[in-house]
Design a protein around this ligand. Structure first.
Ligand SMILES: Nc1ncnc2c1ncn2[C@@H]1O[C@H](COP(=O)(O)OP(=O)(O)O)[C@@H](O)[C@H]1O
Ligand SMILES: [Mg+2]
Length: 216
C-alpha cells in the first residue's frame, strides 16, 4: 500500500487540487484508492461528491474530526490536509505518509511562508531518517514571470528535498474540478502540456526515492 500526503502551511497552494488529481490518476489506473480529507473545509470530499458515477470510483473518508486509522485494504491512500499545521499536529500528520508533496506558489507571501515550513518538515525525525520522503512542487506557475524564476531558484537551493516539477497555471484544473474529474480525465489535446508537467511527479511517486528507506 502506498500512502501519499499533500502538505503546506499555506491555504490556496494547491493541496486539494493535487490530492484529487492524484486520486483520480490512480483510480483510472485501476487501483483501489482512498481519499482521506483532514481539512474541515472538505474540498476533496466536495470534489468527490460531484464525481460522475461512471468514472473509476474513489473511496472518500472525512478525517477532519480525528480518529482516522489507516485501512489495510487500499492500494493508494491520498491525504489532503488543512493549512496551518505545525508542531505536534504536523509530526503526527507526517507519521501517516510514506511520501509527502509540498506545493508552493510563485508569490512572495507563499515563498516566505514556505521557508520555516519546509525547515520544520525537514527537521522532523521521520523525514531526516527517510522514513517519510518529501518532494517540492511549484504550482500555478506562469513561465517568463520574475516571481516564477525566483521560486525556481529558491526551490532548487533547498537541500534534502528534491524539487520535482513545475505545474502551470491553467483553467484546466478548475474545469476538471467542477466536474469531479482530474485533468487526466479531460480530453488529451487540452491537457497535453499539463500531463507532461505531471509526469515527473508520477515518476517520483513510482520510484524508490519517494518510499521509506528500510532500516536494518
Ligand atoms: N495549477 C493551477 N492552475 C490554476 N488554478 C489552480 C491551480 N492549482 C490550484 N488552483 C486553484 O487554486 C485554488 C486553490 O487551490 P486548492 O487546491 O484548493 O488549494 P489548497 O487546498 O492548498 O487550499 C482553487 O480554486 C484551485 O482550483
Ligand atoms: Mg484544500
Amino acid at each position: 500500500m502506498r500512502s501519499i500526503m499533500v502538505l503546506n502551511a499555506k491555504g490556496g497552494s494547491g493541496k486539494s487540487t493535487i490530492a484529487t488529481n492524484l486520486a483520480s490518476y490512480y483510480a483510472d489506473e485501476g487501483y483501489r484508492v482512498m481519499l482521506v480529507d483532514f481539512d474541515p473545509q472538505h474540498s476533496s470530499l466536495d470534489w468527490l461528491a460531484v464525481r460522475p458515477a461512471g468514472m473509476p470510483g474513489i473511496i472518500g473518508h472525512d478525517a477532519s474530526e480525528g480518529g482516522f486509522r489507516s485501512p489495510r485494504n487500499a492500494d493508494y491512500i491520498i491525504y489532503d490536509t488543512p493549512a496551518g499545521l505545525r508542531g505536534k499536529e504536523l509530526s503526527s500528520m507526517l507519521r501517516r505518509a510514506q511520501s509527502v508533496i509540498v506545493p508552493i506558489l510563485p508569490s512572495p507571501i507563499d515563498m516566505r511562508a514556505a521557508t520555516p515550513f519546509i525547515r520544520q518538515i525537514l527537521d522532523n525525525g521521520r523525514v531526516s531518517r527517510k522514513e517519510t520522503r518529501v518532494a517540492l512542487v511549484a504550482n500555478r506557475c506562469r513561465e517568463n514571470t520574475n516571481v516564477y524564476h525566483q521560486l525556481e531558484d529558491y526551490l532548487r537551493k533547498v537541500r534534502k528535498a528534491p524539487f520535482i516539477s513545475v505545474l502551470r497555471e491553467t483553467q484546466n484544473y478548475n474545469h476538471a474540478a467542477e466536474q469531479g474529474l482530474g485533468i487526466f480525465e479531460l480530453p488529451p489535446y487540452r491537457v497535453q502540456r499539463d500531463l507532461e508537467l505531471w509526469q515527473p511527479v508520477l515518476d517520483w511517486l513510482g520510484s524508490r526515492r519517494s518510499q521509506p528507506v528500510k532500516r536494518r
